[in-house]
Ligand binder design. Sequence first.
Ligand code: HEC
Length: 179
Amino acid sequence: MIRHLIAAIATILALWASYYMYTLDKQVHKLDEIHRIIKASEIKVQLKKPAVVKEETQPTAEENAAAAEEALKSKTKELDKKLEALKNKAGNLSAFKVSKLYKQNCSSCHGVNGRGIIGPNLVGKSKEYILEQLKEFKSGKRRNYVMYGLLQKMDEEKLDQLATEISTFKEKWDKYNNQ
Ligand code: HEC
């Protein structure tokens, strides 16, 4: 009798257990479903995101276009300037036949015509004044590293040549302008 009872209880337990398993399974399934829904909504969100990003990038694209235009403008300006400089150079070169000594050592800063670029304008200054400055730069009395360094390799004769040449720039320049 007891055996039957135990068997009955065991059967009930087994049934209950399998029902419980079934409900668990259902819950798991539900959870799966929820997970799936969340994932799906994530995909939706992800799909939405690019749309939002697109809206944000639109002004940036315009900005980019504006920046490109600006860059083009400044490039054009730059080219215009370069062209102008080239024209000047061509004009100046035809008017000024400077010595190799001046051209190679001085023109990069004082200009092919002596009008000055980085270095000051030398046109209109007397030979005596220029020679004195060159000597003082060379000795270090007048302090300027660039001029000092540059003149170390030059002897008095060269300084004299340069001073003489530079002092004629004004005359050359006037001639050129009166042509
Ligand atoms: C790398 C640039 C550079 C080069 C190259 C250069 N100079 Fe100069 N020069 C200068 C600068 C900068 C000054 C202004 C220095 C100062 O005022 O202290 C100057 C000043 C002078 C001055 C004085 C002008 C004044 O009004 O007092 C004379 C003259 C001169 N340079 C002649 C020459 C000669 C000649 C050469 C070529 C042998 C030469 N320079 C090469 C940059 C240069």
